[in-house]
Design a protein around this ligand. Structure first.
Ligand code: GLU
Length: 497
């Protein structure tokens, strides 16, 4: 498919998550690709909630989906919380529609009532397994006499509606990502379309809704590919034009297994809480299954493939036909790399605002300027806003430490005390107006040079100020803390010895 053929149609895509807990990071990637594709062709992007599996619905999950998409700046044109011309956009509010169409299929002979109970189905399964056959419904209710059905329905016998899968049909899925995929109808089950509680299954609801909502392209992950032949048959039964499909590669753990909670975070919320930035997440996810392809998109200056993409640039360069077939490995280091990039790029004032949520309690009353200095120091080391907050905690309240921390190499307590006393004297003698990083650095470093090793002066000092094994250099810390607090911390350390 090339661009000119795509443009002839009205492009409408959708993201159709089930509100079963949280917005999965893979779901966000699906939403992103669907959004980019629709928007770059002047089309619409729709959000629909697929909540027909009532046992799995989790309270608050729908709201997490709305807010997650908004956080990522993936704006939907129609959806449950903003409505639109094809509302309602929540499947549990469309039950009458599904019933009506299921009835139509029954009337046309494409679907049938099935009254088999759990035990019968279990029995069928067991027998098939014993015969080494793939378990599937054996179709025994397909040809129940009309009268029999009528009586059972009048008696309110529990039943489902199943679709009739034709025999010996070859069904071709022409997928934008995966190309032509062939399925044999004999391998398909007479799929339940309507459950005994009157709810549709995913298969019935998705086909009806994609049709009624005029979806032109269905973008979803590869795990739904085996369902697509059933959907194709349903489009045929209804005599509806089928959409085009693009099945996206799965997200994988580094060990190539399907990405799962056991191996790391998969909920977007967890990443938001840790302080990943939306720009970083979007840029990273865009590349999980797609890349612009070198050398056409190489950076002029480096000859390397361009990796930094804003949403606007993605809208320009993303190509659904270039999405990869192979599963995409979720690599947290790469996400961290993107996050660091966007954090370092951020104007200071904006970074201060973004970090508010992560700042420790400001009992000492540090001003914005001082906090910005802390952020500037820490942003060079941190992966996330949360790590920045964690890293600058010691400015606000020094952590408790033991005197061991103050010790550089083999220094004895007496030497450490002497070193700290020297630092104290030097620092207290610097006039307030000369209390700058440059001055502190030049004065303290020239003193340190006199010692056998610089560390003898600088380590105890830095440790006394930060109470930590690792931290930024002492000069920057001193400037931010100010003379009074610096001297107080040094005194506290001296008293430990
Ligand atoms: N409700 C399905 C899901 O949660 C959507 C599958 C589809 O997009 O067709 O993944």
């Amino acid at each position: 498919m090339n661009n000119s053929t795509i443009k002839k149609f009205k492009i409408r895509t959708r993201f159709a998550p089930s509100p079963t807990g949280f917005l999965h990071i893979g779901g966000l990637r699906t939403a992103l690709y669907s959004y980019l594709f629709a928007k770059q062709h002047g089309g619409q992007f729709v959000l629909r909630l697929e909540d027909t599996d009532i046992n799995r619905i989790v309270k608050g999950a729908a709201e997490a989906i709305y807010s997650g998409l908004k956080w990522a700046r993936i704006e939907y044109d129609e959806g449950p919380d903003i409505s639109g011309p094809f509302e309602p956009y929540v499947q549990s509010q469309r039950l009458d529609i599904y019933k009506k169409y299921a009835q139509e299929l029954i009337n046309e002979g494409f679907a049938y009532y099935c009254f088999c109970d759990e035990q019968t189905l279990e029995q069928i399964r067991k027998e098939q397994i014993a015969k080494k056959q793939a378990p599937k419904y054996d179709g025994r209710c397909r040809s129940l006499p009309r009268e029999d059905i009528k009586v059972r329905l009048q008696q309110n016998q529990s039943h489902v509606v199943r679709m009739k899968i034709p025999e010996r049909r070859v069904i071709e899925v022409n997928d934008i990502v995966r190309g032509k995929v062939i399925y044999k109808s004999d391998e398909l089950d007479d799929q339940v379309l309507l459950k005994s509680n009157g709810y549709p299954t995913y298969h019935l609801a998705v086909v009806i809704d994609d049709h009624l909502m005029e979806i032109s392209h269905v973008t979803r992950t590869e795990e739904w590919l085996p369902s697509t032949p059933k959907h194709i048959l349903l489009y045929e039964y209804f005599n509806w034009k089928a959409p085009q499909w693009a099945h996206l590669p799965l997200l994988l753990n580094p060990d190539k297994t399907k990405m799962s909670k056991r191996k790391g975070d998969i909920a977007l919320e967890d990443y938001i809480k840790k302080g990943y930035l939306p720009q970083a997440m979007i840029n990273y996810l865009a590349f999980l299954g797609w890349n612009p392809g070198a050398p056409a998109f190489a950076e002029a200056s480096t000859g390397k493939e361009k990796e930094i993409y804003s949403m606007e640039e993605l809208l320009k360069d993303f190509r659904i036909e270039k999405v990869h077939k192979a599963g995409a490995v979720f690599n947290i280091e790469k996400l961290n790399w993107y996050n660091q990039y966007y954090i370092r790029q951020m104007p200071e004032q904006q970074l201060l605002e973004k970090c508010q949520l992560y700042l420790p309690e400001n009992k000492t009353g540090f001003g914005g300027e001082q906090i910005i200095k802390m952020l500037n120091l820490e942003k060079e080391r941190a992966n996330t806003l949360g790590e920045i907050g964690e890293g600058i905690k010691f400015f606000f309240e020094p952590p408790a430490y033991t005197k061991e921390l103050l010790k550089w190499k083999e220094m004895a307590d007496k030497q450490i005390k002497k070193s700290l006393t020297t630092s104290k004297k030097i620092i207290s003698e610097i006039p307030d107006e000369e209390f700058t990083v440059e001055n502190l650095k030049s004065i303290l470093l020239s003193e340190a040079e006199i010692m056998k090793n610089r560390g003898e002066l600088l380590w105890p000092l830095r440790a006394a100020l930060s109470g930590q094994q690792n931290s930024p250099p002492p000069f920057e810390i001193i400037e931010i803390l100010g003379k009074k607090e610096t001297l107080a911390r040094i005194n506290k350390a001296i008293n430990l010895l």
